[in-house]
Ligand binder design. Sequence first.
Ligand SMILES: *[C@@H]1O[C@H](CO)[C@@H](O)[C@H](O)[C@H]1NC(C)=O
Ligand SMILES: *[C@@H]1O[C@H](CO)[C@@H](O)[C@H](O)[C@H]1NC(C)=O
Ligand SMILES: *[C@@H]1O[C@H](CO)[C@@H](O)[C@H](O)[C@H]1NC(C)=O
Ligand SMILES: *[C@@H]1O[C@H](CO)[C@@H](O)[C@H](O)[C@H]1NC(C)=O
Ligand SMILES: *[C@@H]1O[C@H](CO)[C@@H](O)[C@H](O)[C@H]1NC(C)=O
Ligand SMILES: *[C@@H]1O[C@H](CO)[C@@H](O)[C@H](O)[C@H]1NC(C)=O
Ligand SMILES: *[C@@H]1O[C@H](CO)[C@@H](O)[C@H](O)[C@H]1NC(C)=O
Length: 469
Amino acid sequence: MGRKRKPEVGFVMAVVFLLLLCSSVSPLSDEGKALMTMKASFRNVANVLQDWNDVPNSDLCSWRGVFCDNISLSVVSLNLSSLNLGGEISPAIGDLRNLQSIDFQGNKLTGPPKLVILQMDMAIHTFDDIMRVTENLSEKYIVGYGASSTVYKCVLKSSRPIAIKRLYNQCPHNLREFETELETIGSIRHRNIVSLHGYALCQYGNLLFYDYMENGSLWDLLHGPSKKVKLDWETRLKIAVGAAQGLAYLHHDCNPRIIHRDVKSSNILLDENFEPRLSDFGIAKSIPTALPHASTYVLGTIGYIDPEYARTSRLNEKSDVYSFGIVLLELLTGKKAVDNESNLHQLIMSKADDNTVMEAVDPEVSVTCLDLNKVKKTFQLALLCTKRHPLDRPTMQEVSRVLLSLLPPPPAKPTSAPPKPIDYSKFVIDKGQKQQPQLKHQQQVKQENNSSDAQWFVQFGEVISKNTL
Ligand SMILES: *[C@@H]1O[C@H](CO)[C@@H](O)[C@H](O)[C@H]1NC(C)=O
Ligand SMILES: *[C@@H]1O[C@H](CO)[C@@H](O)[C@H](O)[C@H]1NC(C)=O
Ligand SMILES: *[C@@H]1O[C@H](CO)[C@@H](O)[C@H](O)[C@H]1NC(C)=O
Ligand SMILES: *[C@@H]1O[C@H](CO)[C@@H](O)[C@H](O)[C@H]1NC(C)=O
Ligand SMILES: *[C@@H]1O[C@H](CO)[C@@H](O)[C@H](O)[C@H]1NC(C)=O
Ligand SMILES: *[C@@H]1O[C@H](CO)[C@@H](O)[C@H](O)[C@H]1NC(C)=O
Ligand SMILES: *[C@@H]1O[C@H](CO)[C@@H](O)[C@H](O)[C@H]1NC(C)=O
């Protein structure tokens, strides 16, 4: 019997071995196949994605850059950053149904013409989702027309609504440059800047995907037909502060620095809390740091364009400061930058000469502002921003500091130290001009006796008009 048993044991063991083998050779799941399709459309994968393989026992959850949910074993995250990949991101990424985050930075990847990947509220949406929801960008979903684009609203499942901007310009004149610019803009995250979540260059035109802003633009609020909301002084000041901080961020904290180039009230959007967000970098351009005065063709909007920039075509962030000054004037007066033949800046300049600027204040501001000195200071600031010579204009950092100082202190600290006085004279007088000590003196007087405010303002107006006109 002993002799007969041996082959049986061997046979059983062989079967068990085969069973074990079979159970571990599973074909790739749909997600595995999607990843393999993606790998096929990448280039330079030889060294970095070796373990992405359709071979027995390949566990996609252990593949480089692939992260799975421990329980469902479904792919939740892809991180292929800085792997020097080239080629395209395949639309097969849409088959990774539970994907929540992706990081493809530091590669030279492009999407196929109609791919977009949006990451909103931890859910990935693809171009096809968006086309389905908007019925291929049906007119029904149009919420506005801009100077350079039509805007659609798209409400995706389980996430915040997005605004889709479809650019009129069908063919960016340098596609590569355009994409680089979009990537730069897409990487910016600031509470006062509308986030660009993605873009698609496709047969439907060039599409940009942004957060949707519930409360429309500052232009709509100030001049729109509905005028549902009356903007009190403090709200206006907060909007000015936020917009100034967003611009200061673009000018001073971004690398490369960014000049917006089209600052105006219709490009300041308001979220549901009336927090302002700068939008429409459609014509923004990163400034190469080596070329401080890049010469370029003039773009912008009439009424807001820095005349110096229009004259010389020399791009400088102070052009944004000029346009921001015009926005301040709009906030103060409730008037449009240009209305019929009337130019707001010219109007205010002539009133500054006559010392009648305060007549131009929007009644809604007068009745809600408890301290008209702050209104005056804001006028002064606006006139500084719009001084003829870019060098005489403050930086956006200085502008936002001044505006912030005009906001009432937060209620939490009612007995805080008096706010640090702002040295306005620094802005008012050209360096080297002899008037400085006198003006400083004036300012000190002003702090003690507010009846001399008017005097100071007159002098301010004189300085401004001498240098500007
Ligand atoms: C998944 O597994 C990793 C490592 O084994 C562990 O650190 C993590 O907490 C797990 N996550 C969940 C949601 O179980
Ligand atoms: C992706 O990986 C890189 C390098 O390991 C890391 O610096 C980066 O933070 C990761 N990205 C995300 C979104 O986790
Ligand atoms: C959108 O376009 C696709 C392909 O062009 C088509 O199959 C689909 O029916 C269109 N959907 C609508 C709602 O028009
Ligand atoms: C601003 O947004 C809030 C929240 O969506 C909404 O209730 C309110 O009506 C909006 N106001 C205007 C003026 O659009
Ligand atoms: C602008 O012009 C139109 C017609 O030319 C006129 O009806 C309107 O009152 C003018 N608006 C202002 C603010 O002057
Ligand atoms: C304010 O200044 C004026 C003259 O400039 C003076 O007559 C007046 O007494 C001052 N008031 C106070 C409270 O100092
Ligand atoms: C003058 O300033 C004081 C304190 O700074 C303030 O209480 C007072 O209301 C001001 N008067 C006028 C007319 O602005």
